[in-house]
Design a protein around this ligand. Structure first.
Ligand SMILES: C[S@@+](CC[C@H](N)C(=O)[O-])C[C@H]1O[C@@H](n2cnc3c(N)ncnc32)[C@H](O)[C@@H]1O
Length: 327
């Protein structure tokens, strides 16, 4: 498959603009996917910029390898989660990074693949296994979670990750149904959702929220994001920039709160008259609001509709020298 068919990069111009790339930069793409953003970032750092791309999905890495082959040794790809960014970059000696991009969630390719279980298309529901893993090395499939999680765990995921009304009813119905036979296919899950008669709210079909909740639980997405953001901030050189594209409000809230916290520095309670935590700001926010896709982009790529881009720049610390200054 040609790289450009794999996934259309979202907010491409906007993320390049905010990362302010220059020749020779060291760049990390924490979610390389089909390599669309990575290719553009490598071009923006011509002729000698270097990039390390991470992905948990070997199929994505294969597509990115093909697409980025023309850049030769300027690129290295890692089958790893961005939550392991610190360890991987240290092992590779890829330190004091100038720019990091995290383009979160699943790619169009993953979403549309009938065998991966991310979607609930009627025509393939009977034969699609409840998988939803981005990383096939993991043993944590959706079917397994649905079989092994307690009713309380299921309810919590459905409420917190799906913001589903009727989370308890659905969790109890799942437990009831699985006593008879395990839920194996997308059809099995759709039938349980219909049986529990949960509501999806004004904007969503209930199954959309249930699938979102399960996908987040299967891939431990929110914890990975918290750790990945922390690791990314640590890895940046002073003056280095981080850009994150989120696709739903749970992700975006984590990104917003993390960047604001790091831009504020002090984490003492607001009523405390004197700071005792001694934490200094590590980031400068680039823009107060998230950047949204243009109407033109959402018209030509409806998957971009929910995207929010937030960015920040790493501040110098008292003992650090900017790699841009010493380069
Ligand atoms: C929206 S796509 C990225 C598309 C990419 N920017 C492009 O232009 O093709 C998200 C990718 O991130 C990967 N991913 C999700 N969570 C990850 C994580 N914790 N670590 C590394 N990759 C992750 C997914 O497997 C998927 O390929």
């Amino acid at each position: 498959m040609a790289g450009s068919d794999y996934h259309r990069p979202v907010l491409l111009e906007e993320s390049l603009a905010v990362l302010a790339l220059r020749p020779g930069f060291r760049v990390v793409d924490g979610t390389v996917g089909g390599g669309g953003h990575a290719e553009a970032m490598l071009r923006a750092t011509d002729p000698d910029g270097t990039l390390i791309g991470f992905d948990v999905d070997p199929e994505a890495l294969a597509a990115a390898t093909a697409r980025l082959a023309p850049f030769g040794h300027r690129v290295a790809l890692e089958h790893a989660s961005f939550r392991e960014l610190g360890r991987v970059l240290a092992e590779r000696g890829f330190l004091r990074v100038d720019a990091i991009l995290l383009d979160l969630g699943v790619s169009s390719r993953q979403l549309d693949a009938p065998d991966r279980g991310f979607r609930f298309a009627e025509e393939s529901a009977d034969v699609t296994a409840l998988d939803m893993r981005m990383d096939p090395r993991s043993e944590r499939t959706a079917a397994r979670l649905l079989q092994e999680a307690t009713a309380e765990q299921l309810e919590r995921w459905l409420r917190e990750y799906g913001e589903l009304s009727g989370a308890r009813r659905l969790a109890e119905t799942i437990v009831e149904v699985r006593r008879e036979a395990p839920l194996r296919t997308v059809r099995d899950l759709l039938e349980v959702v219909a049986r529990a008669r949960v509501g999806g709210g004004r904007r969503h079909h209930p199954a959309t929220l249930v699938f979102q909740a399960l996908r987040i639980a299967v891939n431990d997405e929110l914890a990975a994001l918290e750790e990945g953001l922390e690791a990314a901030i640590d890895a940046l050189a002073p003056g280095g920039r981080l850009a994150v594209i989120a696709y739903h409000s749970l992700e975006d809230r984590i990104v917003k709160q993390c960047l604001r916290r790091e831009a504020r520095g002090c984490v003492c309670p607001p009523r405390q008259p004197v700071c005792t935590c001694g934490r200094e700001p590590r980031l400068r926010l680039l823009g107060r609001r998230a950047v949204r896709p243009s109407e033109h982009e959402t018209r030509s790529n409806p998957r971009a509709r929910s995207a929010r881009l937030r960015a920040a720049e790493r501040l110098p610390t008292s003992d650090a020298h900017s790699s841009r200054e010493v380069a």
